[in-house]
Design a protein around this ligand. Structure first.
Ligand SMILES: [Zn+2]
Length: 635
């Protein structure tokens, strides 16, 4: 037994583990930005030459050469291809990331304005209900994107808004007899609980729309000054689409004829996070068919005092301007918040593909119209989540909240793994089989990690069970290669299925190593246990931890804190009934009232699929009970 070598191997393993320390990746950083751009264009509203458009120019050979030699050292400063001040040392450490940019419709190198800082804005939830697993695909995509950028050496400054005033929120407050704040704070809390349950790295801030009324009012004033906003006789404010050059062509290719027709179903989009069509009772007031609402004037028959404001904007020269009593339109908050927290021009904007139009197209029109500067250089959109062949959406009644779809901690982690290991732009099928496969994969990973930790800790202790012959390790060499493959994959438009393949290649290596020794131990001809490749196993552990800075799957899911969405009492016991089930029950009652028996039956099946049963009571509310058999059979 070569104890000396065993000690060497042990300290080598320890150094590997130390270098795999995850916490440094999210250390706070002070950002210094310098922006001077080389190319300009003429801006009509401003009547001036302004920084050029958001198309990302190709990288020069000089920059490409620099990007393929990561981790080199240097102290000099320089300017990049856009004239931005770049710290050469920081830039040299960055590995090039390519992303599919919805703006250019191509996969291209991602070039932030002030590398290594990346400013990132993402559209957040409307907090009137629990978010569903389709929504969480977007939040998990933001998470992977941010983790990959951090891994590659960037400092990500991320802002995600919370929409806490809109038509649906107002209707629900009225229905439930609660204040706007009571309702929205409750679902904000649930949203943050779910983010934590999914191990999502938090944004720098989650600003609320209702805390930024003044910023939105200022935005309207800026748009009006540039000839892009007008007020209707009734007092609502609109964005004049016809006055904005290029509207409908940035993220989509709208037919100009269809644009004139206005809010028809040209995109077929459904809006996973909220309705995408602008058609509503405010349409009659607008001048152009596709003009969208910036500010909705107070309507006494619909509006509430706790959801209306009367902002006054101070103008230059001491004058003031009243916007009028009302509340903001949905699109405006994102432009106002992006400007306030990240500046006129941002590097990255992400959201579900259903937000491309009209929401993101409108954000671009507003921001560039008010700021007279490019809004965002790179737009990232994730695909839908499908239940069977259908897109998950609240309007189809086939949506699942996180806790309904994933009742156990293992399910929640499996859902995270299922989403983060998928190609974010493709549709994702959420089925019991897919979730089951993800759970199985996680079990395998957990088991292996425990075995490695166990064996390495024993090796470090007094009772050395295995002999280490050499620090040379075939496993460590292969792990290094797979880690390189993994890094190439994540930097290639977040190719997570390939990254997963690398992860499981190293898992297999370690499993085979354990099998080799176990098999030998069963052989009666062996008197001494053959040595395990501890250096190799330590390198596997380090690689797992490094890869987990992206996958984020090794964690303890916290207990659900939010409490009941809609608890009902059955036989004196409090039963927790999720919101989505309660809504289906309400829809079924409405269907029965309308004598639509087919719809009522299909809704009953949907309720059953979520693990609940509904029993009608003559002259009273239906009784809801949990069908434990169904819930168990979901595993
Ligand atoms: Zn938005």
């Amino acid at each position: 037994m070569k104890v000396a070598n065993a000690v060497t191997a042990s300290s080598f393993a320890a150094s590997l583990l130390l270098r795999g320390n995850l916490s440094d990746a999210y250390a706070p950083t002070i950002h210094i930005r310098t922006r001077t751009k080389k190319s300009f264009h003429y801006c009509k509203p401003c009547k001036a030459m302004l920084p050029s458009s958001s198309a990302v120019p190709p990288l020069s050979r000089r920059r490409l050469r620099r990007s393929i030699s990561p981790f080199s050292l240097g102290n000099s400063s320089n300017t990049d291809d856009y004239g931005n001040g770049v710290d050469v040392e920081s830039a040299a450490k960055l590995r090039q990331l390519t992303l599919y940019n919805s703006l250019t419709r191509t996969k291209a190198p991602f070039v932030p304005l002030s590398s290594p800082l990346v400013t990132m804005y993402t559209c957040g939830p409307t907090v009137y209900d629990s978010a569903h697993v389709g929504n969480f695909r977007a939040f998990l995509t933001y998470d992977v994107l941010k983790r990959v950028l951090t891994y590659l050496g960037y400092n990500v400054d991320h802002i995600c808004n919370l929409t806490d005033v809109d038509d649906k929120i107002i209707k629900r407050c009225d229905r439930e007899g609660v204040s706007l704040m009571e309702l929205t704070r409750k679902f904000e809390g649930k949203f943050f609980d779910d983010l934590e349950a999914l191990n999502i790295v938090k944004a720098r801030a989650y600003p609320r729309a209702t805390d930024h009324i003044q910023e939105m009012a200022q935005f309207i004033v800026d748009l009006e000054k540039n000839g892009l906003a007008y007020q209707s006789e009734e007092g609502s404010w609109y964005f004049a689409v016809s006055k904005k050059e290029g509207y409908g062509t940035r993220l989509v290719n709208l037919d100009p004829e269809q644009l004139k027709k206005g809010a028809s179903a040209e995109t077929g989009g459904g809006g996973a996070q909220r309705g995408v069509m602008d058609a509503d009772e405010y349409d009659a007031e607008k001048e152009g068919a596709r003009d969208f609402c910036l500010w909705k004037a107070y309507k006494p028959e619909f509006d509430r005092d706790d959801a209306t404001w009367d902002p006054i904007v101070e103008l230059k020269g001491g004058e003031t301007k009243k916007i009028g009593r009302g509340r903001p339109g949905w699109h405006l908050e994102c432009s106002a918040m992006a400007r306030k927290y990240l500046g006129d021009t941002i590097d990255l904007h992400a959201g579900g593909v259903d937000l491309k139009f009209p929401h993101h197209e409108n954000e671009i029109a507003q921001s560039e119209g008010a700021n007279c500067a490019p809004f965002c250089h790179c737009w990232v959109h994730n695909g839908f989540v499908n239940i069977g062949d259908e897109k998950m959406s609240k309007s189809k009644g086939n949506f699942l909240t996180l806790r309904t779809a994933c009742p156990t901690s293992d399910d929640v982690r499996a859902y995270r793994y299922l989403v983060v290991s998928s190609q974010y732009r493709n549709p994702l099928s959420f089925t019991d089989t897919a979730l089951g496969a993800a759970k199985k994969a996680l079990k395998r990973l957990d088991k292996l990690k425990i075995m490695i930790v166990d064996v390495l800790s024993k090796e470090n202790g007094a009772n050395i069970a295995y002999v280490v012959d050499s620090v040379d390790s075939n496993i460590a060499t292969t792990v290094e290669r797979e880690l390189a493959n993994f890094e190439v994959a994540i930097a290639d438009d977040l190719s997570m299925p390939r990254a997963s393949a690398s992860l499981f290649s190293i898992v297999k290596l370690a499993e085979n190593e354990f099998k080799r020794v176990t098999k030998a131990a069963d052989d009666p001809d062996f008197s001494v246990l053959p040595p395990l490749d501890l250096v190799g196993l330590a390198s596997v552990k380090q690689a797992l931890e490094k890869m987990d800075t992206i996958f984020g799957i090794f964690y303890d899911v916290p207990e659900e804190k939010g409490g009941s969405d809609g608890g009902v009492s059955v036989n004196g016991n409090q039963l927790l009934v999720p919101d989505d089930v309660m809504q289906l029950v309400a829809q079924r009652s409405a269907a029965k009232d309308a004598k639509d028996w087919d719809l009522a039956d299909s809704l009953r099946s949907k309720i059953a699929a979520l693990g609940f049963e509904v029993k009608d009571v003559k002259g009273g509310d239906p009784i809801i009970s949990r069908n434990d058999e169904l819930l168990i059979s979901k595993d």
